[in-house]
Design a protein around this ligand. Sequence first.
Ligand code: KG4
Ligand code: ZN
Length: 335
Amino acid sequence: MITLGIETSCDETAVAVVQDGFTIRSNLIASQVHLHERFGGVVPEVAARAHVEALNPLMEEALEAAGVGFADLDGVAVTVGPGLVGALLTGMAAAKAISLAAGIPLIGVNHLEGHLWANFLTHGAPEPPYVALVVSGGHTMLVHMRDLHHHEVLGQTLDDAAGEAFDKVARLLGLGFPGGPALDAMSREGDPRAIAFPRSMERSGDFDFSMSGLKTAVLRYVKAERAAGRDINIPDVAASFQEAIVDVQVRKTLEAAEKTGVQTVLLGGGVVANTRLRERILAEGEAAGLRVLFPPMDLCTDNGAMIACVGAALLRRGDRTKLDIAADPNLLLAP
Ligand code: KG4
Ligand code: ZN
């Protein structure tokens, strides 16, 4: 079974061809970072227009790299939410057109489910249940998955997503856009114990998160140091901020695994590319006797393969999406 996956929910145009649900035949990304850089963030209208320009050539390239044509496809999977509505619509229009023209099923996919299923590419899915930590530019949540398609949200951020916090603090420190990877790199030169930033809601007794107190603490620290005429040690600030976020995420994920009694923990979303989060969740999860899964670096951030992977599973169980489906910028994980 060959599935085409299309992902245009934010600022990456991504197309992939996946065989039998888990084997990547091609997985291409046209990044728009250079277009949004000078604005310091993703501009929705710019993103949608860039997707329209990039999609057709990228699709041709992805099919060619996989050595297949439209006639070989068994289905076309596309992200229908959550994400920027104008950006989502570009990928959905393309997928609907392919479905109609090639006479193959359309499968609408939840972007967050895609991030979790990125763990299964190549090796397939281990036996559920799992606890899953979703940490991206738009989401931070802990989910209990009793099976592959049902999600009980245990807790989530009450304000910013983790990726958003990384991006905002990186901007404050003058590290550019996108901030997450730059802050991660800078942190490797710094001391994570240099500044005691708050561990927001670390012991709140639930599985919710908050980034606002930490963000304000970093801002206050930087302002106070500047006002006192002291040089700011950027690597130390970056490493200390990163450690504060990672501390809470690791602790709450392990607590959620203990409370639900699962043996397997999955991580998904762009922030899972963070080296410190990967290192600590792996070490501390394994020390607690858990199996910890996270995708390889290039499958953590937005890509088409994760969408094709979910799409193939839905296709296999007989799901079909109607051609009049609308984009849903606030789509939730199915309970
Ligand atoms: O999942 P993703 O590609 O897009 C969304 O669905 O939002 O996640 C993007 C987010 C951005 O906020 C980016 O700064 C963050 O993931 N990110 C990182 C790293 N790489 C990407 N955050 C921390 N450390 C990284 N290495
Ligand atoms: Zn994403």
